[in-house]
Design a protein around this ligand. Structure first.
Ligand code: FAD
Ligand code: NAP
Length: 313
């Protein structure tokens, strides 16, 4: 028999932890499942300075604080990768690699993961100079030169973090202007250790038999092929939704994000989606937390409506 809960929250990032807080505080039994440690993408973030209440806080530290809040009213935390959700009338059976669990309502908070750029050398030098996480791997490149590929918030924010460790950080961007927030751009342009190569498409990550030695790129203005020497290559070319477990439910957009209404409800009664995994404009900790609060309250209303309907029969 699968263990039964009022609500199963899939994903323990800022969105999922907030949903678990709200639902458990409403006296619902809650299981929060994650395939790894709680905290989600915050674990890959050095400093967060746009979460109200803290001038600046380390991402993992904010995760710890959110986890303490999320579990204070009895929400359980369980380890497991969710592979699918099976609809059984009103009940939903959640299949994980650690066993099955069931609930009347589900909140999907699985977020997103980094995209690969898809060039030669990327897989070959994974863990040997190619990284997607400056916080995790930056220390390997102390006083060495590194390249960051991308022009969004992640590339610039994590590139700035790397300037504290590396001797030089070269950002290679495919256009001539950054997508990142203005405040990050200003800091990057003012940083002596940061250099930019514009209008450049990286074509290969180069290396010897042991590790990365640099990248080759095409200068789009001239068509020339050029090289930059580097010991590390950090790739930040965007994110994609973590929704492979939910493809059968008919709740995904063509691009793979989960479509919801303003109440975070999907087209399947009792299934909600929040945070980065949702089709939305602004993917931030604050917006994931906001979504989580709404969904935590909505599942309470949904479960009340089921009880009232049963009582009326
Ligand atoms: P996530 O934080 O992505 O958490 C999702 C969780 O779901 C993960 O723990 C994952 O393990 C789990 N999961 C996924 N699939 C499954 C499955 N099948 N089964 C079980 N568990 C699963 N935002 C800011 O506001 N400020 C910042 O400074 C900032 N810096 C950032 C820096 C970087 C490098 C990146 C990549 C993002 C940054 N962001 C920042 C964005 C912010 O981290 C995200 O918007 C936020 O974490 C989204 O929260 P979430 O709860 O939706 O998902
Ligand atoms: P993003 O905003 O999608 O930016 C991706 C960058 O990579 C863009 O500059 C894009 O170029 C470039 N790119 C995409 N495909 C490429 C390719 N094949 N080759 C070379 N370059 C490529 O992704 P992100 O920066 O990871 O941010 C993801 C989300 O997290 C965003 O919502 C962001 O706001 C949020 N976030 C927030 C913070 C913060 O608030 N401090 C920090 C980090 C992330 P173009 O510009 O030409 O499209």
């Amino acid at each position: 028999m699968a263990k039964s809960y009022d609500v199963i929250v899939i994903g323990a990032g800022p969105g999922g932890m907030t949903a678990a807080l709200y639902a458990s505080r409403a006296n619902l039994s809650v299981l929060m499942l994650d395939r790894g440690i709680y905290g989600g993408q915050m674990n890959n973030t050095a400093e967060v300075e746009n979460y109200p209440g803290f001038k600046s806080i380390l991402g993992p530290e904010l995760g710890e604080k959110m986890y303490a809040s999320a579990t204070q009213f009895g929400a359980e935390y369980g380890y497991g990768t969710v592979n699918s959700i099976e609809l059984q009338g009103e009940m939903k059976l959640v299949h994980t690699d650690e066993g099955d669990f069931e609930a009347r309502s589900i909140i999907i908070a699985t977020g997103s993961e980094h995209k690969k750029i898809g060039i030669p050398g990327e897989d070959e030098f994974g863990g040997r100079g190619v990284s997607y996480c400056a916080v995790c791997d930056g220390a390997f490149f102390k006083n060495k030169e590194v390249v960051v590929i991308g022009g969004g918030d992640s590339a610039i924010e994590e590139g700035l973090y790397l300037t504290q460790l590396a001797s030089k950080v070269t950002v290679i961007h495919r256009r001539d202007e950054l997508r990142a927030q203005k405040i990050l751009q200003d800091r990057a342009f003012a940083n002596d250790k940061m250099d930019f190569i514009w209008n450049a498409q990286v074509t290969t990550i180069e290396g010897d038999d042991k590790k990365v030695t640099g990248v080759t790129y095409i200068d789009k203005a001239t068509g020339e092929t050029k090289e930059v020497a580097a010991s590390g290559v950090f790739i930040y070319v965007g994110i994609e939704p973590m929704t492979s477990a939910f493809g059968d439910l008919g709740i995904l957009t063509d691009a793979g994000w989960i479509k919801t209404d303003d109440h975070m409800a999907t087209s399947v009664p009792g299934i909600y989606a929040i945070g980065d995994v949702r089709e939305k404009d602004l993917r931030q900790i604050t917006t994931a937390v906001g979504d989580g609060g709404i969904a935590g309250q909505e599942v309470f209303k949904y479960l009340q409506s089921i009880l009232l309907a049963l009582a009326a029969v």
